[in-house]
Design a protein around this ligand. Structure first.
Ligand code: CUA
Length: 399
């Protein structure tokens, strides 16, 4: 670059920075789904209500300091006829000024502190009586959601991954945990961040005002695929949610067509060293529950439970769409795969097949030198194209 061009660019830099800042301020959930400045629930709203006045206060203070510095620098600058041997008038120990610049910041910080601490206590309040209870497990590199539907303290009624399905207008009491390293669960429009720390349980209450999809992601660096450990909260009406729960708790349905049966056998033979499917029966002994190995080839001890897999809209840590992201498919919601037509039209076959063909090529993972026991993520199993289509045929039956 010539020095002239560089100078012109440098002159433009402040303008470009200003444009960028203003443009960033225009972000809303449609254009920037992960913005905390466009809240979608009571907790997010309260946080926004705290951010705005403090931000205005910060602008006032920042402007006052900058303008003050410029005015003082201009007014008291050395003039040509000044006597450079006399020392300027000093204000050290000036009572009014000393008291002023001690008390004013103290009052400002006290106001900010009181508002912040009050909100922290407010957000930490016990969830409502009718709250939905969900355990959230962070692990390398996806999120698992376990629901206690009947309130008996047992969080295995529904075990799902990637999509957190909730009813709109109702509090959801999350218990955030980790199975390996420290992660952090954050859906910015619904509430603040909450760390997932091994050996600890961190409560977080979320609520969405309206049905919709609210995105987020892991916000604590947790290894190779940290950036691909995404979050999708799907809020629906109470009626739709009840139907979703009913579908999720429905028993496993044994596949009937030949390809899907073959895929079922392949799944039982190979995939069950990591994955489970709640209630899956044994392809060798139909009608009887399959006995999953107790030791899993994962550092965390778990891989996504694939029960009702086709009622999710994403896979692999919500990194890929399972349901194609077209207006028609989006309109089908979580029920997109309930009909053969929906399955044919909306299943993201390309990415799902590619994942089975060579998962580590799709997402940075650490599958280990051998397949076990230190896998963090899914290895490449060198499956044949036949095996891949059989597994897909089986997965399609998990509605
Ligand atoms: Cu999990 Cu970053």
């Amino acid at each position: 670059m010539s020095s002239g061009a560089r100078k012109r660019l440098l002159k433009l830099a402040p303008v470009m920075t200003a444009v960028l800042l203003v443009a960033a301020g225009c972000a809303n959930r449609d254009k920037a789904p992960q913005t905390t400045l466009d809240p979608a629930g009571p907790a997010g709203q309260k946080i926004d209500d705290l951010i705005n006045p403090i931000f205005i206060l910060a602008i006032v203070v920042g402007l006052a300091v900058m303008i003050g510095a410029v005015v003082v620098g201009f007014k008291f600058r050395a003039k040509d006829d000044d006597d450079f041997n006399t020392f300027p008038n000093q204000v050290h120990g000036h009572f009014a000024i000393e008291i002023g610049w001690t008390i004013v910041p103290m009052v400002i910080l006290a106001i900010v502190g009181i508002l912040t601490v009050t909100l922290i206590f407010d957000l930490a309040k016990k969830p409502a009586e009718d709250a939905i209870h969900v355990e959230v497990y962070g692990q390398q590199w996806w999120w698992e959601y376990r629901y206690d539907v009947d309130g008996d303290g047992d969080y295995t009624d529904i075990i799902t991954a990637n999509d957190l399905v909730i009813p709109a207008g109702r509090e959801v009491a999350l218990k955030i945990k980790s199975r390996d390293v420290i992660h952090s669960w954050w859906a910015p429009s619904l509430n603040g961040k909450k760390d997932a720390v091994p050996g600890r349980v961190h409560p977080l209450t979320i609520e969405a005002d309206e049905p919709g999809e609210y995105l987020g992601q892991c916000t604590e660096f947790c290894g190779l695929a940290h950036a691909d450990m995404r979050i999708k909260v799907v809020a629906m009406s109470q009626g739709d949610y009840d139907a979703w729960v009913e579908n999720q708790t429905a028993p496993f349905v044994e596949p009937t067509d030949e390809a899907a049966k073959a895929g079922w056998g392949a799944f039982a033979g190979q995939c069950t060293t990591c994955h489970e499917i709640s209630g899956m029966t044994d392809p060798e002994d139909p009608g009887e529950l399959f006995e999953f190995p107790t030791e899993k080839n994962q550092v965390s001890g778990e891989a996504p439970n694939l029960a009702h897999f086709m009622s999710r809209t994403t896979f692999a840590g919500a990194m890929f769409d399972l349901r194609l992201d077209t207006p028609e498919c989006r309109a089908l919601g979580q029920n997109w795969a309930q009909t053969e037509k929906g399955l044919d039209q909306c299943l993201n076959l390309t990415d799902l097949q590619a994942w089975l063909r060579d998962a580590p090529a799709m997402k940075p993972m650490y599958p280990g030198e051998t397949m076990h026991p230190g896998s963090r993520g899914m290895p490449n199993f060198d499956l044949s194209e036949d095996q891949i289509s059989q597994l897909v045929a089986f997965l399609r039956t998990l509605k």
